[in-house]
Design a protein around this ligand. Structure first.
Ligand code: AMP
Length: 540
């Protein structure tokens, strides 16, 4: 297969050979013939580095009308770096074409210059979502003649919160012939967009599709090594409906944790390498049938286990090899369900935790270990719901009703309910009556100042590692959450990782931001102008 086979113009072929491209890559071979037809919606599951820029760039050059200087193709991508990279590549491919014009529009650069370039006339626009919306709102760009919309790194755009913006842009291109979507993963929200806006898309998958699962909520808590087991118990007790898998690093840990939990009344068993095959089968069958609420396993023993419906994966300790983390967490959040992966971390393990985040490109959110009172409250509400919704339609309770009535004739409904609750609760109330706080004390926390992304549990205010900033910009200023995010990050030159929750109102917003980054944000925005109006930003 050569590039000649595709039927591209000679000028493009010449540019390609000057660039040193001899044979098409796999994604190019599969995509170019389909995309050159121009009519068909398209999904390409491919990672960066596979040559996907040429896979969509070359067909676009083939399709656009060079005698027409209105934008005909729109490429939307998540970051300014990618925006510039795509523009450079396509400019190279078009080096020998007369009258070809392309513009890169992205935040953090002069919008005036970009508007001038658009006014001069361009066939292809490469844009980041925030800046594009800005241009649409200023009526500085006309998308009426756009025939092809390319969504590059769609999953990344989604992670960055651009879903609404993308949908808005798709609605602004009513005369398009096709959408070409490229993504490394296919999480449900992208499927949803494709279902809504695309018609029977032609789908191409290249190589191994990235397995990072966006349905998993990654969480961690800090504790001290002597409290590790107690912390595990508290997590289990705080999640009464849990159907969970606990991972340990050693067989000995799996065994001793299981023995302790069994002794304390939990439905749990262990799976590790010392078990014979029949023993393993027995444990697995009990777990599958949910006779066990929790299974404690080592990595090796858990290999190949496929159980649906697991609500929680708990890392009693993080794995030595950060890549193992994905294999563990991937046991939950399957088949479109959501799941939670919780890691118990001590101050000595913060390095390992960061490696896990980096290697797997995930963000773990910290939660405070629940207090004894929290556990009791949670168990109580779980119990009363269970009592209230108990199914009595199947048993012959009528037969026993007279006996029950007689036996409890002198007992009020309140007293009866209390006694039922006591039966279920005694264990928790007694156990947690004087339970200690398992969160490390403040002075222990000093050593972990470098940990980022600390999320406070809902409803708790005050001393997280975030501070809150007020700003007099809101939705009335024409911002969507995503475009607002892009705007403040571009202005301050900060990354999204420093931000927490953003609460937007009509005329103001509250931004949660990492303590260490707040000053830079304040200096970059406070007193500056937005659409001629002075921005006021101060600690909330
Ligand atoms: P991309 O996935 O588009 O970022 O491309 C990855 C790298 O491969 C870029 O540096 C491209 O210039 C290069 N590349 C793409 N297609 C080809 C090809 N057919 N032959 C040689 N290099 C290529």
């Amino acid at each position: 297969m050569t590039f000649q086979n595709f039927g591209l113009q000679q000028e493009i072929l010449d540019a390609l050979s000057e660039k040193g491209y001899q044979t098409p890559t796999a994604v190019q071979e599969k995509s170019i013939p389909v995309l050159m037809q121009g009519e068909k919606d398209f999904i390409g599951l491919a990672q960066t580095g596979t040559g996907k820029t040429a896979a969509f760039g070359l067909p676009l050059l083939h399709l656009v009308n060079l005698n027409d200087r209105s934008p005909q193709a729109l490429i939307i991508c998540p970051t300014r770096e990618l925006c510039l990279q795509i523009t450079r590549e396509i400019t190279d491919f078009a080096a020998k074409l007369n009258h070809f014009q392309i513009v890169a529009v992205y935040g953090g650069a002069s919008i005036g210059d970009q508007i001038k370039q658009i006014r001069r006339g361009v066939q292809v626009v490469v844009a980041t979502p925030g800046r594009l919306i800005d241009l649409i709102e200023r009526k500085a760009i006309n998308l009426g003649a756009i025939k092809y919309v390319v969504l590059d790194e769609a999953d990344e755009m989604l992670n960055m919160g651009f879903q609404e913006d993308i949908e808005f842009v798709l609605q602004q291109t009513p005369n398009r012939d096709s959408i070409w979507l490229f993504s490394a993963t296919m999480p449900p929200p992208i499927r949803k967009v494709s279902k809504q806006y695309m018609e029977k898309p032609f789908e191409v998958t290249i190589g191994k599709v990235n397995t990072t699962n966006v349905n998993i909520d990654h969480q961690f808590c800090f504790t001290t090594a002597p409290h590790r087991y107690e912390t595990l118990k508290r997590i289990i007790d705080f999640n009464p409906g849990m159907y969970g898998l606990i991972f340990t690093r050693t067989k000995a840990d799996a065994q001793s944790i299981t023995e302790n939990l069994v002794r304390e009344g939990y439905d749990v068993d262990a799976l590790h390498g010392d078990l014979s095959q029949p023993q393993r089968d027995k444990v697995m069958s009990a777990f599958r049938s949910k006779a066990l609420q929790v299974l404690v396993a080592t990595d090796v023993a858990a290999r190949g286990i496929d159980v649906t419906g697991i609500t929680h994966v708990i890392n009693y300790e993080l794995p030595d090899d950060p890549e193992i983390y994905t294999h563990r967490s991937g046991r939950t959040g399957r088949a479109g369900a959501t799941g939670i992966c919780i890691s118990i971390v001590t101050s000595r393990e913060t390095r390992r935790q960061r490696d896990v985040e980096q290697v797997n490109q995930i963000r773990m959110h910290r939660f405070e270990i629940p207090s004894g009172k929290d556990v009791c409250r949670k168990q109580f509400y779980y119990f009363i719901d269970k009592l209230h919704d108990a199914d009595i339609s199947h048993g012959d309770y009528e037969t026993y009703l007279p006996v029950l009535q007689e036996r409890f004739a002198d007992m009020s409904k309140e007293e009866l309910v209390q006694r039922v609750a006591a039966l279920e609760f005694d264990r928790f109330l007694k156990y947690y009556e004087n339970a200690e706080d398992l969160n490390p004390r403040k002075e222990d926390r000093g050593i972990r100042k470098d940990i980022r992304g600390i999320k406070r549990p809902e409803g708790v205010s005050g001393s997280g590692d975030y501070v809150r900033l007020f700003v007099n910009l809101g939705t009335k200023d024409g911002f969507y959450k995503a475009s607002f995010l892009q705007y403040i990050l571009d202005k301050s030159d900060l990354s999204k990782a420093v931000l927490g929750k953003i609460d937007m109102k009509d005329l103001k917003s509250i931004i949660e931001i990492d303590k260490g980054a707040a000053k830079q944000m304040l200096q970059s925005l406070d007193g500056k102008l937005y659409k001629g109006r002075k921005i006021r930003m101060n600690p909330a």
